[in-house]
Design a protein around this ligand. Structure first.
Ligand code: ZN
Length: 502
């Protein structure tokens, strides 16, 4: 007996040594920690496996061929060895990335979400204009959305509600032109508070559209956001390069308010505000960050902006401020370029105009900057023509600016579309800790694309075209796109929302 026991002990020691030598020989540093998730073992069955794709995660910097196991809408395994699932998507030769998060999209309707899914977006957020009724906004989309959706409590719509300005989207009457009374201020602040208690993701602001809002009003609005640890997403007071009311002066205002109140600041579409002063504006933002102010910015990959022609943006002086004239404006409904005559006609009528004002060089400078988020500023689709940015922004960055023009590398581009927007929101909305990453425990919002083929197809002439090369899109573990085609009858989008406290 005694001899036999020693014999077995010897075998066990030998096995332990062999296992130890195996791990020493194969190393288990970075790769093993990325794979450690696979604790359930290869025998476990997943709801879905994405097999053999090049998994790129901007948080861990993992960039390797892996199998991704998904269960219950979450990523539950990332493994170099095969995984078995109830169904499998073959991602060989494709990039497997976190689903793109768009911080700035105005459509927020089923048609917009279809275009965005084809562009790789899994979470589409209306944070610049926002809403005046957060509960109602989320309720309208519950169970009916292809991709995840979210909204801010918006200073513009709140000001419109309090001042009974009935314009459809952007104010044209009192909300744009009248200074708030103390009673207006009281009501607006109460509505902002209510929005945050109802789980608004951020605070939206468009001072350019509400020029009667005083500096003090802006400060009060930032104070509300600061109390909720929320970021303020601002379309600034001025755009352009004509002193003294320049984009840089506008940036001075909001950086000062962020410094004073402690609210995080997110400046929307930096290039369309600053035009050729974009590098100076980026330097201001980077300086503020280095000195402890929480400020971020975003841009879209186009040389034109777009907004309502009846808005205050086209008050007298717009040509000098923007360095453009009538022919640089394009009437969205028909695609025609404007003249002095048609400008007056359409300004009375109201509608969307495309503004060809942004230098290509400045688009590239913003895209090349690793800290500037990619966001579409997509518009509601009301007819055959609209700015193409809502349909093509993300594929245009990946296909044109990464692959063809080499303005930035692929991992940096993905980081600007996934991790950075998630990090922008996660202090106030902790649910975003599990978005914008491919790691165990993250939401299975995943975009799988062909890096050699991905490209935008929406143009200013032909804006309603789906992007190409986005092959599979998963929202909370459910495919909405397979082999580049819609999956019929699925609506897996969920509310992306901050904690509710009412
Ligand atoms: Zn804007």
């Amino acid at each position: 007996m005694a001899l036999k026991k020693e014999y077995w002990q010897g075998i066990l020691v030998a096995i332990a040594l062999a296992v130890g030598i195996y791990f020493l020989a194969h190393g288990c540093s970075k790769k093993a920690s990325a794979d450690s998730a696979n604790t359930a073992g290869a025998a476990a069955t997943y709801d879905l496996v994405i097999s053999g794709g090049r998994v790129m995660d901007p948080e861990s910097n993992l960039d390797a061929v892996r199998n991704v196991g998904i269960r219950g809408g979450k990523v539950t395994a990332i493994s170099a060895s095969p995984l078995s699932g109830k169904s499998t998507l073959d991602a060989k030769g494709l990039v497997v990335a976190p689903g793109f998060i768009d911080l700035h999209e105005h459509g927020a309707e089923p048609r917009n979400y279809q275009f965005q899914a084809h562009d790789g977006v899994t979470t589409s957020l209306e944070l610049e204009v926002g809403t005046d009724d957060v509960d109602k906004w989320y309720a309208a989309r519950e169970g009916k959305a292809l991709i995840n959706y979210g909204v801010s409590i918006g200073h513009i719509p709140v000001r419109m509600a309090v001042m009974h300005d009935n314009a459809s989207w952007i104010p044209t009457a009192d909300a744009a032109r009248r200074v708030a009374t103390p009673e207006d201020m009281k009501q607006m602040l109460a509505m902002m508070e209510r929005g945050f208690r109802e789980g608004a993701l951020a605070e939206g602001m468009g001072i350019n559209y509400t020029p009667a809002a005083t500096h003090q009003e802006i400060i009060e609005m930032f104070r509300v956001a600061a109390r909720y640890n929320a970021s303020v997403h601002v379309h600034m007071r001025y755009s352009g390069i004509k002193e003294p009311m320049t984009g840089l002066a506008a940036l001075e205002e909001v950086i000062a308010v962020a410094a004073e109140t402690g609210a995080a600041l997110h400046v929307v579409h930096i290039t369309s505000m600053e035009l050729k002063a974009t590098p100076d504006a980026i330097a201001m933002i980077e300086g503020a960050r280095q000195h402890g102010i929480d400020v971020t910015t975003e841009n879209y990959p186009y040389t034109a902006g777009s907004t309502s022609i009846e808005s205050t943006v086209f008050d007298p002086g717009w040509q000098e401020a923007q360095g453009i004239t009538y022919k640089d404006l394009q009437w969205a409904a028909t695609g025609e370029r404007l003249t002095a005559e048609t400008f007056e006609k359409y300004r009375k009528q109201g509608g969307i105009v495309v503004i060809h004002s942004i230098p290509e060089e400045d688009v590239r400078i913003a895209l090349a900057n690793p800290n500037i988020i990619v966001a579409s500023d997509g518009m509601r689709i009301t007819g055959a023509k609209v700015h193409p940015r809502g349909q093509g922004t993300f594929s245009r960055v990946l296909g044109y600016y990464v692959r063809e023009e080499k303005v930035l590398d692929l991992m940096t581009a993905l980081r600007k579309m996934t991790l950075l927007p998630a990090q922008r929101l996660e202090k106030h909305a902790p649910a975003f800790h599990d978005k914008g990453r491919i790691r165990v425990g993250a939401d299975a919002d995943i975009t799988v694309f062909d890096a050699a083929r991905v490209i935008d197809k929406a143009t200013f002439e032909d804006p309603l075209e789906y992007s190409e090369g986005i092959e599979f899109v998963l929202v909370n573990g459910t495919p909405v796109l397979k082999d580049g085609q819609f999956v019929e009858g699925v609506m897996p989008g969920r509310a992306a929302r901050a904690p509710i406290s009412h």
